[in-house]
Design a binder for this molecule. Structure first.
Ligand code: URA
Length: 248
């Protein structure tokens, strides 16, 4: 992202996060661009289930496509009964940052993509406030099929699906995982502590740094909590060496 676009994104999304007045744009405009070269934004792998047209395409073992192929037309748990699409995950296959949500909602179930509904729009804003693009991160969920009426995934459903999430993490190798919301944080951490106490503190999952924070859907209902998420995301930015607003 260019510096002017970066400044605009910060202004816009910090405003959305309820952070008007933070000393950002001038600092960003006068700061040098990040040293790291831009990464490809196109390597999004969601092959969809094998079909008559593509079943002959053998995916390499240990690739996201290979994991998707292994999942196939999954019937490993009861969530498969009512799903429209398996929501595998999306984003850059070598992302330094991975977001893990709870499970697909209605929009995601219909489109087969994670975080495309109202909560997804806010997640996009959170990502851009971090000076990143959605195509630079990887986004997945605890379960890949929509739980009925958006209830929490049940233990047998998590048990059936989590091995694939672990495989995705092993392939992407993110430096940081952000667990979005109570369900993702408590499930990944095997810790029933309230999300209000888990959030903002570094933990580990599969040997990788994990930051729990509030779910964007929760923020849609509780806008005053956005400041805590921004705090947590800045912790993540620090860890990734991303440029931070001057005043933080
Ligand atoms: N909420 C989630 O946890 N995941 C999605 O993909 C969409 C909404």
């Amino acid at each position: 992202m260019g510096l002017v676009a970066q400044a605009r994104a910060l202004l816009s999304f910090q405003g959305d996060l309820g952070l008007h007045g933070v000393d950002v744009p001038f600092e960003i405009l006068t700061r040098r661009a990040p040293a790291e070269p831009p990464r490809p934004a196109t390597d999004v792998v969601d092959m969809g289930p094998p079909t008559a047209g593509n079943e002959a395409m053998v995916q390499p073992r240990g690739s996201l496509g290979g994991i998707r192929e292994e999942i196939g037309d999954c019937r490993r748990c009861k969530l498969s009964d009512r799903r429209t699409n398996i929501v595998f995950g999306a984003g850059y296959h070598k992302a330094r940052l991975m977001f893990v949500g709870e499970g697909p909602g209605q929009d995601e179930d219909l489109q087969g993509e994670p975080f495309v509904g109202a909560a997804g729009k806010l997640l996009d804003k959170m990502i851009r406030a971090m000076t990143l693009e959605r195509s630079e991160v990887y986004i997945a969920n605890i379960v890949k099929c929509r739980p009925p009426r958006n209830r929490d995934p049940e233990p047998d459903e998590v048990a059936a699906c989590e091995p694939f999430l672990k495989q995705q993490i092993a392939v992407v190798q993110p430096e940081v995982i952000v667990a979005l919301g109570r369900c993702a944080a408590q499930t990944l951490l095997r810790d029933q502590t309230a999300i209000s106490r888990l959030r903002g503190k570094w933990r580990e999952y599969e040997g990788r740094a994990l930051m729990p924070t509030f779910h964007p859907a929760y923020l849609l209902r509780n806008a005053s909590e956005k400041k805590w998420v921004w705090h947590d995301l800045q912790e993540v930015m620090r860890r990734l060496g991303l440029n931070l607003p001057k005043s933080t």
